[in-house]
Design a protein. Sequence first.
Length: 364
Amino acid sequence: MICENCGKEHNGSYGSGRFCCKKCAKSFSTKNEKNKDKLKEAKCIDCGKTIYINKRNSLLTCRCEECKKIYKKINNKLIICPLCGAGHLKNEKCSNVFCQTHNIQGFKLLVKYFGFDESKLRMQEVESEYNRIRNIIYDLYWKDNLSPKQIANKFNFPSKHSITQTVFNVLNIPVRSFKEASKVAYQEGRLDLSKSKNQYKSEYHKTWNNKEVFLRSSYEIDYANELDSKHINYEVEYLKIKYIDSSCNQECIAIPDFYLPDTNTIVEIKSNWTLNIQEMKDKVKAYKDLGYNFKLILEHKETDLNLLTEERIHPNKEYSIYRILGSAYGTCWIYNDKESKKIKKEDLNFYINNGWNKGRKMKF
């Protein structure tokens, strides 16, 4: 079928089938001779085509449908970028890459709390002012080792706990991991380990020369009592020494259990359960590089670290792993047509060869 208005083929699904769409039906009705008393004849100001317009419309601004589309494209309203002040079309983004990756809402926070110069908004200097504020916050966080909460207090920012999700995101400042943050907090004296949860026996202890120290295990308490009985000067968790953990190739901080200043000796108190041989060797290397003497007290006895092996301190290694991983360690489920059951992994091949399948089936 052919539309009576635009002359295009259509399937006749609209109305009675005379027109292809609602627009053509209405357009045709305005051309009808019966309706000419409500319209007036005019010429398109762009192409000169004769058209019919409402009596009240001006002849100076009338355009045909084709010219209206062209006019809208050319004269699309310009939008002023709220960041750099450059103009762009309403349906397009600002050509400045900086503006495409930032939002004006974040800049309102910078203006209100962090000294961002508001006069730089809608100016080309907005990026340099942004970098100035970013460098200030970056240096406070990464060079001066201030915490996000301290930075929020410094600038009177009200949301102290969400500053990393708001301001740090706006300024594109990377955030420390929990491990790094804890290490820096301890280095700067903001983290008191004596208040942390401890699964072992712990207590505040008064030394023979009336100093109060915090001890984290019964082994440390026993060693402190031994030093007190001999009137030996000692400090507890007094040193903070950087070392490289060879298992993950990262810089860590060692906090030795005891330090004996008279002999410049570091003493570590361990049990078979808490000793990690490789980690301790990494720490000892750092201790000796700095000129400290070292002593390891293992299970209440002074021990040579170089003579220790995993088999010696963990003779029942399977039992230790069992304690860590639980009762399911070393087992797996199998099933056949009648039942499911749990077996030891070393017996799996035997059951597979006898018609069992690996896995667990709940219904039979």
